[in-house]
Write a new protein. Structure first.
Length: 129
């Protein structure tokens, strides 16, 4: 759905999360605007609003799609793993034992500080973010 919206001319598409953030953001072109938020905003209930403001200030259009669940906590991962619509490859990655063995760099609440966060990643793709 997001890909189609981008092809139709939207600069950005967002699937809002039920908790005030977003579950997906798709950009038509690479850019920093939607991610240039205060570090303390990430993971909070205002991240979607702040992202929309950042996009607007850069003159970028944004299509909001139907809201969905995002993946923030171990409970979210367990719920997704139990969902019959979850693809088998994703279900396997969400296995608690495997998830604990995967790490990528993530930004903490301290500006500029990097810390190891137990996030799931694909072994041949996403490393440092």
């Amino acid at each position: 759905m997001a890909e189609r919206q981008l092809r139709e001319g939207w600069d950005t598409c967002i699937v809002p999360a039920l908790d005030g953030g977003y579950a997906l953001i798709a950009l038509g072109q690479p850019g920093q605007a939607p991610f240039a938020l205060p570090p303390t905003a990430w993971g909070g209930p205002e991240v979607l609003r702040l992202t929309l403001q950042a996009l607007q200030s850069e003159g970028l259009s944004c299509q909001l799609l139907d809201p969905g669940s995002d993946l923030d906590t171990p409970a979210d991962a367990a719920a997704l793993r139990a969902d019959p619509r979850c693809p088998p490859a994703i279900r396997k990655l969400l296995h608690p034992r495997l998830a604990r063995s995967r790490h990528v760099y993530g930004v903490t609440s301290t500006p500029g500080e990097k810390a190891m966060c137990p996030l799931i990643r694909r072994t041949h793709g996403y490393g440092r973010v």
